[in-house]
Each structure stands twice: as C-alpha cells, then as structure tokens.
Design a protein around this ligand. Sequence first.
Ligand code: SAM
Length: 257
Amino acid sequence: MLRDSLMPSESYTPGHTQNAMDFMSRRTLESHGQFFLPHLASGLSVLDCGCGPGTITLNIAVRVTPSQVVGVDLSASQIELAAANARRESVSNVEFKTADCYALPFDDKTFDRVFSHALLEHLSDPIRALREFHRVLKPGGIIGVCSPDWNGLLVAPSSSQLAQATQAYAALQARNGGDLAIGHKLGGYLFDAGFKDVRMSARYECYPSLDLIGNYLALQLERANDRLSAETLRAWSRSTGGLFAQAWVSATARKEG
Ligand SMILES: C[S@@+](CC[C@H](N)C(=O)[O-])C[C@H]1O[C@@H](n2cnc3c(N)ncnc32)[C@H](O)[C@@H]1O
C-alpha cells in the first residue's frame, strides 16, 4: 500500500514547486543519464524510480521502443506532469504510476533494467530502496543510479559566506533525511543491497548560469526560513565569471543470475 508521505524521517527538500519542476525538466537521458546508454536497447523493459517530470524516462522509452518503460514517483503531481509530457511527445510505450520506491507495486523479477536519477540523495534509507530495486530486477538485469556528491562541489567566486550557505543547504537536506554527499557511497550501498559487478564513474555538471542554481537553492532555503543563506546565494548569483560545478556520481551493477 502507498504511504501518504515519505518515511517519517524524510521530506523531499526541493518540493514540487514550479521552479523545482522546471529545474528537473531540463534533464535528458543524454545530458544526465549517458552512463546508462550502453545498457539500453530495443526490447528491454525498464523501470525509472523517482522519475519526476519524466523527461529522462521519455528518452529511455524512445531508446528501448517497442518495449515498455514504467516511471514511478511518490508525488501524484509529478506523475500527472510526466503523463502529460508523454502525451504531448506522443511516446506510447511508457506508463507513469504513483508509487513508493520502498514498496514498489511490481512482482519480483519484472524488469530488465532499473534506473534511478537524483532520488537516493533524498532518502533516509537508500539501501532499503536499492534492495527493493534488486527485488523487481530480473536475474542478470542491470541497475543504474546517479546522485550528486557535494564533497566535490566547485564554486566561484568562493567566500566563507558562500561556503556557509552551501553547507546550510546540505544540512537542510540532511535534516530532511537525505545526504548530499551520497555520491561516493553508491557503490558500497549497491554491494550491501546484494548487487554484483559494481562500476562507478563521475562527471561534473556546470550550471549554465549562476542565477539558475542560485535561485533554485535560495528558494528552498527561504521555504525553510533560512533567509540569510538564501540572500547570500542570491547575491553570489549576481557575480560575473563564476562557476557552480556539481559532481554527479553514477554507478551500475548487476543482479546475479
Ligand atoms: C530530484 S527529483 C529527480 C527527478 C528525475 N529523476 C530527474 O533526475 O530529473 C526526485 C524525485 O523523487 C521523488 N521521490 C522522493 N521520494 C520518493 C519515494 N520514496 N518514492 C518514489 N519517488 C520519490 C520526488 O517526488 C521527486 O520527483
């Protein structure tokens, strides 16, 4: 049965504001999921967990057509948006369902591939979610997950105030049950969840404007009543010649069989 909300100790930090939805909707399989491209081919069934607006999910569906792709998200608003995007783009081999990644409404051994981008860093028990992904994956199937690691964050111009503001954001996500330094832990978590042949890689995403990322982070700090950190980020985002480069760590692994 679907929980009404996240785990008691969990709260999804970005929320489902228009800003957060626009922010996620920029993502494509090519821009954010390229590490998984070698594992996608026509005929493979795929589950995308925590699909959000579904832009990456739709790209996956086009790659594996005519086989079926399912995108799940705990938020009904995201599922409605993803389904509307699928209709608008006439992608028919995809289905979107409201579901909890800790208790997926699928039989054991259902999917050839499980993909999850930018979900695990919001969870208080990522290994439990990975065990659930392992359960629904067919023997021999492959999982691909990707999350940020703010241990590798590069920002310019840097200052102690900006460092405090980004730390305040990471602390907010931690209070919400998440972990913005999860990236380098993904391989170990996959192993603990029962997967084999774990392979990790990393890349940087350099945001196209300081304003895009500064505003996104500031809005969430404001929603949490941290106006000082929000204002620091907004002031920083007006600087010229700056950089916000986020490290994304991806990991693939195989279910034995
Ligand atoms: C940062 S967004 C990522 C969306 C998309 N995968 C992407 O990378 O653009 C994370 C998504 O995970 C969803 N989510 C959070 N907790 C979840 C849970 N327990 N089960 C399923 N989805 C969850 C949120 O509603 C949100 O849409």
